[in-house]
Design a protein around this ligand. Structure first.
Ligand code: SAH
Length: 321
């Protein structure tokens, strides 16, 4: 079980919460406040919030049931009102309604995968270990990566690998996938990783990352509908906040960060009418104050002790109306 002394370090399952102190400082939990951790994972951030202020109500949501089991063990010592919910943060409003909770004081989205998911070969997220091509965060539903890789058209595959992986050899990789699967279905992470590595011309293999990284990221985003969830989850989270409540989002790649940045900026904007309009017709009011004019990045020390934090960017805003 985790204890205070482990705060900020790996939790025995190899996962260290990213930008932990910064997150707690921004959410600044107050006695009696209600905080939603939309990606509770192994409960690292949730635990730190409860340690900072044991008198809070904490709602922890995760779509991965296995992770929730670990969060339950970790958060059990706090005894106070801790509600753990299996589901998507996209449906935050529904989850809160079921719990009889109205406005909340803070919401956290720590996006992406936990190291626990990435490091379990059986989950099929990693091109390092051998495992089934699954990649579902919520194993109770949806198509697996194998379904996608073996059934989508070459064009669909190329589009998603380009869009979600920002991979310049998307077309070549898609063709290689389709050629391989006509011989026999692609079933494991290694089969796919090797195929991608062969499809990317040797001299274009990136220096610092595996040539399969971008394709794996793309498939994972598609399988879990991560960007759609994020857009809906930001809206749902912001709507649930009371005036004065704070939203914190930690993203791990540019596609996610762009969505978070655009969302918060739009909330912080006043009238969006064209400048030559004599009077405002949009009626848009400033809804948020941005608390991070530039995203907060982890320190060099954090990056060296926790590789998951390497690409993290934290953005936060306070709801003003
Ligand atoms: N902050 C956590 C780690 C979060 S890792 C900790 O300190 O332990 C990200 C988590 O988000 C994973 O457990 C993943 O299953 C979950 N997740 C990703 N998308 C989700 C979604 N749409 N709804 C709920 N949980 C999601």
């Amino acid at each position: 079980m985790a204890s205070g002394s482990q705060r900020g370090s790996a939790d025995g399952r190899g996962h260290s919460p990213v930008l932990l102190k910064e997150t707690v400082a921004l959410l600044a939990p107050r006695p009696g406040g209600i905080y939603v951790d939309g990606t509770v994972g192994l409960g690292g951030h949730a635990e730190a919030l409860l340690e900072a202020e044991p008198g809070i109500t904490l709602v922890g949501i995760d779509c991965d049931e296995e992770a929730l089991g670990h969060a339950a063990t970790r958060l059990a010592p706090f005894g106070g009102p801790v509600h753990l919910v299996h589901g998507s943060y996209r449906d935050l409003a529904v989850h809160l309604r079921r719990l009889g909770i109205g406005a909340i004081d803070g919401v956290l989205l720590d996006l992406g995968l936990s190291s626990f998911q990435l490091d379990s070969p059986a989950r099929g997220f990693s091109f390092r270990g051998e495992g089934p091509l699954d990649m579902r965060m919520d194993r109770s539903q949806g198509k697996t990566a194998a379904d996608l890789v073996n059934r989508a058209s070459a064009e669909e595959l190329a589009t998603l690998i380009r869009r979600y992986g920002e991979e310049r050899f998307a077309q070549k990789i898609a063709c290689a996938i389709v050629a391989a699967r006509t011989r026999s279905p692609i079933q494991t992470t290694q089969e796919l990783a090797d195929l991608v590595r062969r499809a990317v011309p040797r001299r274009f293999h990136p220096e610092r990352i595996d040539a399969a990284t971008r394709t794996f990221q793309a498939l994972r985003i598609a399988v879990n509908r991560e960007l759609e969830n994020l857009e809906q989850g930001l809206t749902a989270g912001f709507e649930a906040l009371r005036a004065g409540g704070v939203m914190v989002a930690i993203s791990y790649h540019s596609l996610e960060d762009r969505i978070v940045k655009t969302f918060l900026r739009e909330k912080a904007l006043a009238c969006t009418c064209p400048p030559d309009f004599p009077v405002c017709v949009c009626g848009k009011a400033v809804e948020a104050e941005i608390l991070t004019p530039r995203p907060i990045l982890p320190s060099a020390t954090e990056v060296s002790s926790n590789s998951r934090s390497r690409s993290a960017k934290l953005r936060a805003a306070r709801k003003v109306i």
